[in-house]
Design a protein around this ligand. Structure first.
Ligand code: EAX
Length: 327
């Protein structure tokens, strides 16, 4: 009798465990990737996103996070999301124009006055309308995030003015707007995926690169670059992209959960960019970089006059002015 009772207890426990197992199996796992290290503005953005999705869906969705280009560079990740072989990625807009051409306008140098201006545009009507442009291309753009304001580094010389850039071989993102503009500075442009950049700098395949302080620190470019100039020549947006197929399969409530989680991730990421920007110069100096802080931006802007005229033709002067006018 006693044995029977004990056995039935065991049976009940096993049944409970089996029940729990099948609940666990009902959990859907998705992947999100970034090209930079976990200890970065982008790392905290996707870690927050993952946590918020799990919390807001009561654990029915689990987000696996991949860092440092473990699933490929940004272009490859965007491609995978478009194909649906990867559910999510968080990426700078670097390679985005190759998929959503109308997003090119956001990568124009000196378009935004500062981060506050960029955030107001992206969170406002213009930015929210732009998110919808991703849908016909197979993406659900969940929210804008931030990569930061880009500055130039190189191994050859201090850069105070565009003249100092002439002939420098610099890695650029695989972004047609950047490539056109940087040619205007006299740079020898070498588009390259981010995961290859450290080695290219180390081996001298290129002399320099440009990125926000957040990326320069996370990638430890101070180990392979001597000179940093706070050119602040372009704002670099980031974006949470999801495969449209995966998003469409979510229930209405889960869709809201993913959208809200992305907004939370973006908020934390932006706060980290601010933190990195305020401590970055001191930190990079302490690691041996020479930093030129007071760059005469008007000279850089003047150097871009011809290419800016070209951008106005391509993207519409009215559209550019509309962005500039946002307070
Ligand atoms: O998204 O490719 C780049 O320079 C990007 O700024 C970097 O991967 C962070």
């Amino acid at each position: 009798m006693q044995l029977t009772r004990r056995l039935s207890t065991v049976f009940l426990a096993a049944a409970a465990a089996a029940g729990f197992m099948s609940a666990a199996q009902a959990q859907t796992t998705m992947r999100i990737s970034i090209s930079v290290a976990q200890n970065s503005h982008q790392g905290v953005a996707i870690d927050t996103f993952a946590r918020e999705v799990e919390k807001r869906t009561a654990g029915r969705y689990k987000i696996q996070t991949f860092y440092s280009g473990a699933l490929g560079g940004e272009r490859e990740s965007i491609e995978a999301v478009q194909l649906g072989t990867q559910e999510l990625t968080f990426t700078s807009t670097g390679p985005v124009p190759n998929f959503v051409p109308s997003a090119r306008i956001l990568d124009i140098p000196f378009l935004f006055r500062d981060k506050a201006h960029a955030r107001a545009v992206l969170d406002g009507q213009i930015g929210q309308d732009m998110l919808k442009e991703f849908e016909p291309k197979g993406f659900k753009a969940l929210a804008w995030g931030e990569n930061g304001v880009r500055h130039m580094t190189n191994s050859k010389r201090s850069v105070n003015a565009p003249d100092d850039l002439k002939g420098l071989k610099m890695r650029t993102m695989e972004n047609p707007v950047h490539v056109a503009a940087y040619k205007g500075f006299g740079i020898v442009t070498t588009p390259m995926a981010f995961p290859e950049v450290f080695t290219a700098l180390q081996q001298g395949t290129v002399d320099g690169q440009e990125n926000p302080l957040s990326v320069i620190m996370a990638a430890k470019f101070d180990q392979v670059q001597k000179h940093l100039s706070l050119t602040g020549h372009v704002y670099s947006p980031a974006i949470f992209l999801m495969s449209k197929g995966a998003f469409d399969k979510l229930s209405a409530a889960d869709k809201t959960a993913f959208l809200e989680a992305a907004k939370e991730g973006a908020k934390v990421g932006r706060a980290r960019v601010d933190e990195d920007d305020s401590k970055g110069v001191a930190e990079l100096r302490s690691k041996g970089m020479t930093v030129i802080e007071n760059v005469d931006k008007s000279k850089f802007i003047a150097a871009l006059a011809p290419v800016n005229a070209e951008f106005e033709k391509q993207f519409g002067k009215a559209n550019i002015d509309k962005i500039r006018a946002v307070k």
